[in-house]
Design a protein around this ligand. Structure first.
Ligand code: NAD
Ligand code: HSE
Ligand code: NA
Length: 463
């Protein structure tokens, strides 16, 4: 590792003065390198500058921004970004820093740079959910090998403190389940569909025009962004390695106005949820071995559930823990300033370790629980069917549920008028059952001679 110029050894700030001198211009200094200067990076740079005295007082050392790695140095930058700090040589920059903040995003070159930074003795703060959900264990191992910190509060739900609560505050408890609205773009889209009756395409366009959704909104609407966050949450909550590829993922692209209306009629609202929960382990109905279920899909949430009140582009994470009970973390999951808040919180935390010694926790994956397939997840379905309105049809439909081991909780029948004379709408809510059984039920219903059409199939959570 490259030692700081007048350093007192690995993990210490350079300079001989005591922490109390930090704001006086002398005193210890920590060199910070910023990788990426986009939405988040430019705000991190600005705030590091703007709050330098206060941050120095909080850390006990001055945080000196020594360089900002960018792709295009000639580009016009946000106010507060010092052009003299820009460099295209990120490889070199990370070798002369005590703290590296990675806000480039994606897998490469971010991964290579983070690993190189740690090899050179720098602690790393990153907002990169994709990288952590793809290769988190390797990053933790590199941090351990180098004796440095790896912090990533901004990677899940932006400004909302959820990584550190799971990693530290709740580590003495047993987390049973986490339900999260962790993607602002899709929450905005579903909220628009619910409140204005907009269809999916129009709502996505509106999200784009307001700057929530990217020009290519695939990562959001197809659930990739939420799946990466779910993997990170589940890894922390259950002390188990969960990667993005382990997460069952359904986005919102198949959500229709009929689904939104069906949810509304049922006194519920549709949310794209990240669901991380323990399964099996002896108290389940089938004596299945203990495991975890990690999934992202649209779900109906009763309007009285705290997550139903998460409107617009806001995020929230609802945690159920054995001792703590239910906890709700709510706030802004995206945007430059909110995300930079989480990044700077991590910067201060790792900088304090540099000054005072110590490190944040390493990877905790001792439980090593298997990630169960989606078919084994225990869910409830809310199914809307259109059926022939004639004797015996209800019995026929009920039999399909029974044949697949799916138990019906309520059925509501409404005659369909107009062109659909002789037809009725049936809304069936099930009890809990394995997702595979419920999916097979729906498939059989669609093929049944009693059924004219299955118009909406939604999973129900939070009841
Ligand atoms: N924007 C948000 O609201 C938000 C919220 C939470 C987490 N994040 C995460 O923060 C990270 C950054 O997101 P963003 O929204 O700021 O993205 P962005 O696209 O606005 O910024 C990334 C910047 O990195 C630059 N870059 C690309 N390759 C580079 C390289 N080799 N060297 C130097 N710079 C390079 C790009 O030119 C771009 O300016 C991502 O991991 C993202 O998932 C973003
Ligand atoms: N695209 C993400 C931003 C932060 O991950 C969202 O819409 O929530
Ligand atoms: Na966060």
């Amino acid at each position: 590792m490259d030692e700081p110029a007048t350093g007192t050894g690995r993990g210490r700030a350079s300079g001989d003065a005591t922490a109390g001198d930090a704001t006086a211009g002398g005193g210890p200094v920590l060199r910070v390198a910023l990788l990426g200067c986009g939405v988040v990076g430019s705000e991190v740079a600005r705030q590091l500058q703007e709050q330098q005295d206060e941050l120095a007082a909080r850390v006990g050392a001055r945080l000196e921004l020594v360089g900002i790695a960018v792709r295009r140095p000639g580009r016009t930058r946000a106010a507060g970004v010092d052009p003299s700090l820009l460099t295209t040589d990120a490889d070199e920059l990370v070798t002369r820093a005590d703290l590296v903040v990675e806000v480039i995003g994606g897998i490469e070159p971010a991964r290579g740079l983070v690993l190189r930074a740690m090899e050179h003795g720098a602690s790393v703060v990153t907002a990169n959910k994709a990288l952590l959900a793809e290769d988190g264990p390797r990053l933790y191992a590199a941090a351990d090998a180098a004796g440095v910190d790896l912090y990533f509060e901004a990677a899940v739900a932006g400004a909302i403190p959820i990584v550190r609560p799971l990693r530290d505050s709740l580590v003495g408890d047993r987390v049973e389940r986490v339900l999260g609205v962790v993607n602002g773009t899709t929450n905005f889209v579903l909220d628009q569909m619910d409140t204005t009756g907009a269809d999916l395409g129009d709502a996505v366009q509106e999200a784009q025009s307001l700057g929530y959704a990217e020009a290519d909104p695939t990562a959001d609407v197809e659930g990739f962004d939420a799946a990466a966050k779910a993997a990170i949450i589940a890894s922390l909550a259950f002390h188990t390695r969960v990667r993005a590829a382990d997460v069952h993922r359904e986005g919102i692209t198949a959500v229709t106005a009929a689904d939104v209306a069906a949810a509304r009629e049922a006194g519920a609202v549709l949310k794209l949820l990240a669901i991380c929960e323990r399964t099996g382990g002896g108290d389940g109905p089938d004596g299945a071995p203990e495991g975890v279920s990690v999934r992202v899909h649209p779900a109906m949430v009763p309007r009285e559930h705290p997550l139903a009140g998460v409107r617009g582009a806001y995020n929230a994470v609802f945690v159920e823990a054995r001792g703590a009970g239910s906890l709700m973390f709510y706030g802004q999951g995206a945007g430059g300033a909110p995300t930079a808040s989480a990044v700077l919180g991590d910067v201060v935390a790792v900088a304090r370790h540099r000054v005072g010694g110590g490190r944040g926790s390493s990877e905790s994956a001792y439980a090593d629980l298997p990630v169960r397939p989606m078919g084994e997840a225990v869910t409830r379905y809310h199914v809307r069917l259109e059926v022939h309105d004639r004797p015996g049809v209800l019995a026929q439909v009920a039999q399909v549920f029974a044949d697949h081991g799916a138990s019906v909780e309520t059925v509501r029948q409404t005659p369909l008028g107009g062109d659909a004379q002789g037809a009725a709408a049936l809304v069936v809510a099930t009890h809990e059952a394995p997702d595979a059984a419920l999916a097979a039920t729906v498939e059989a219903l669609a093929a049944s001679s009693a059924v004219l059409g299955v118009t909406s199939v939604l999973r129900v959570e939070g009841v």
